[in-house]
Design a protein around this ligand. Structure first.
Ligand code: AMP
Length: 281
């Protein structure tokens, strides 16, 4: 596996692969790799002739009071994992090589970025779209792999690719969970043992809503109220940033579930802000 920090060198190599007719498969990450990231890299290995893993804690997607400086990092371990999964290239740029001091161009989809995580993280999706667009220009991937755990992110990126005619196929990968249901996240590292013990209740609440939906309840307010009651009993230290049922394609809130929908949430537990979702269909 090659490890390259220089964006221009990555661009030359990846464009040569693509123009030689190879299928290139990109798994973008912020590092501190866990089994969720590994599932993306495995899928990339299945579908691509060349697998590129990017590792970049993108400053532009963090707000001023967020955890950019504290974000967990372990470069050596990430190298070992990416290599063991058969990646051909690990792209790990420095922030100043990705953003010129007078960087002035942004990619955004404000209509899709206002609700859910965007309400508390107003610059987040603008940063995500911009860095992913830059990665696509550098790597020119045939396929790019994203986790369905970040449901707002993948919906926005699919729209970006469609709206800007980017020659990339976005591949969604199912959420990988701990045995007790907690969605894997680099931010789980911040949880204290007491917080970790109750954290699986986030997904247990979402599953409760899915069961009620499967039994015929389609009223969004009733489904949300049932989840909040469950959390009040079982997730005492948690603070709910949002809990919402939205249309799967445009992320707008639904009063009644009568088509493809997703129930999405962000919960604060101590220093961690954990997101999760479940499809209702
Ligand atoms: P991050 O490093 O947190 O930016 O995540 C990089 C990619 O991995 C994103 O596409 C995430 O959606 C995906 N990802 C993170 N956690 C999981 C998980 N538990 N299961 C599946 N994909 C995940």
């Amino acid at each position: 596996m090659q490890i390259i920090a220089d964006p221009q060198a990555v661009q030359s190599l990846c464009h040569a692969w693509r123009f030689a007719g190879q299928r290139t498969a990109l798994a973008p990450t912020m590092g501190y790799l866990h089994a969720g990231h590994e599932s993306l890299i495995r899928k990339a290995r299945e579908m691509g002739d060349r697998v590129i893993v990017s590792l970049f804690v993108n400053p532009s997607q963090f707000g001023p009071n967020e955890d950019l400086a504290a974000y967990p990092r372990d470069f050596k371990r990430d190298v070992t994992i990416a290599a063991s999964l058969g990646a051909d290239l690990l792209f790990a740029p420095a922030a100043d090589s990705m953003y010129a001091p007078d960087h002035a161009t942004w990619v955004e989809a404000p209509h899709l970025a206002q609700g859910l995580c965007g309400r508390d993280r107003p610059v987040h999706f603008r940063g995500v779209c911009t860095v992913v667009a830059k990665l696509f220009q550098l790597v020119l991937p045939t396929f790019a792999f994203f986790g369905e755990k970040d449901c707002q992110q993948i919906t926005i990126l699919r729209r970006m690719v469609r709206d800007l005619n980017m020659p990339v196929t976005i591949v969604g990968c199912p959420t990988v969970r701990e045995a007790d249901g907690l969605a894997l996240s680099s931010r789980n590292a911040y949880l204290t043992p007491a917080e970790r013990a109750v954290a699986p209740q986030i997904y247990a609440g979402l599953r409760l809503a899915k069961n009620l939906f499967d039994q015929g309840e389609t009223d969004a307010a009733a489904l949300e109220a049932a989840v909040r009651r469950h959390w009040e009993k079982n997730l005492a230290p948690g603070r709910v940033d949002y809990l919402s049922i939205v249309d799967k394609s445009d992320l707008q809130p639904l009063a009644r579930v009568d088509g493809p929908a997703v129930m999405a949430t962000a919960v604060r537990l101590g220093k961690s802000r954990l997101i999760d979702n479940i499809e209702l269909r």
